[in-house]
Design a protein around this ligand. Structure first.
Ligand code: MG
Length: 302
């Protein structure tokens, strides 16, 4: 199948306004007045970021959602995305059709459209999906990792850890509370690499330490059971990542209103600890008040 056939058949139907049916060299996108674009990229390679057995619809969703989650962490509403595919030369058309179907479903779910991209073939049967997503925020309202202050609460959406127990799980990014993040969060990050690593990014950029209590971290019943039975350790659960929940810094006086309003959007917030002055570092305390020792803080690419 030729590149243009693939694009015409599977991806042109996903193109939104300004993308010219993917017939031009580039898209021309109108940005609503007073808004800024938040731009983020995330690459997923088959075998490393999604398992071979994952159905192509779900693989598409996982790849797109990891980008949408980054937008949510910045307080941005989903707008458009570029899709760059490196496919094995022998890709079967059924896979592509199902992959496009997954994207189509998520475009409706999250209000985002395809604005362009590139499709190439790669030797050795590898498959790589690289997405650049664009989100919208009112001017000056994007949330960064650097705005936390000593005394702010460390807050997470949850539950965490289910992605570790179920590698086939498809995350659900927290775009529903993007407007509330703009309003209430002083700093934010999505939890893609593991809580200590990702919360650590806020600490590094904000120049703070954080202390969190294991007992306050929201876990599902399944994850609790796995930890209590001793088959999985807190390190296993917390450093896997892939949950695509959010970690936030919130002023103590704002937490109750934020929690109530997020609850109305179906998102549960938990205050798990506090940011404080000191060398950037995340300490996870057990029920005896002892810091857990982790050999690693999160997923490492290299
Ligand atoms: Mg991220």
């Amino acid at each position: 199948m030729a590149e243009f056939e693939i694009i015409h058949k599977h991806f042109a139907p996903l193109a939104g306004k300004g993308a010219g049916g993917l017939l031009d060299d580039g898209a021309v996108l109108d940005i609503p007045g007073g808004q800024q674009l938040v731009v983020t990229s995330d690459t997923s390679n088959r075998g490393d970021h999604f398992v071979d057995e994952l159905p192509p619809e779900d693989a598409a969703k996982k790849c797109l959602r990891s980008n949408i989650s980054d937008l949510a962490a910045m307080g941005a509403d989903p707008f458009a995305y570029q899709l760059n595919l490196a496919l094995p030369k022998e890709i079967d058309e059924g896979w592509l059709a199902a992959f496009a179907k997954g994207l189509e479903a998520d475009q409706k779910e999250f209000g985002i459209f395809l604005s362009g991209g590139d499709t190439t073939a790669m030797s050795a049967g590898a498959l790589s999906v690289s997405i650049t997503a664009f989100g919208l925020v009112s001017e000056g309202k994007a949330v960064s990792r650097g705005g936390a202050h000593a005394g702010d609460l460390a807050v997470v959406t949850g539950p965490l850890g289910d992605a570790f127990l179920d590698r086939m799980r498809i995350p659900y990014p927290r775009t529903a509370i993007a407007p509330l993040i703009r309003q209430y969060a002083k700093a934010a990050v999505d939890i893609s690499d593991g809580l200590p690593a990702d919360l650590g990014h806020i600490c590094e950029v904000s120049g703070l330490a954080a202390q969190v209590e294991l007992a306050k971290i929201p876990f599902s019943k399944k994850v609790h059971e796995a930890m209590h039975s001793g088959t999985k350790t807190p390190q296993d659960i917390l450093t896997w990542g892939e949950d695509y929940e959010l970690a936030l810094a919130v002023a103590p006086g704002d937490f109750d209103s934020f929690k109530t309003e997020a609850g109305k959007q179906g998102v549960e917030l938990s205050a798990i600890g506090v940011f404080e002055g000191g060398t950037p570092d995340v300490r996870v305390m057990d029920k005896n008040g002892e810091a857990l020792i982790f050999e690693k803080t999160g997923w490492q690419h290299f």
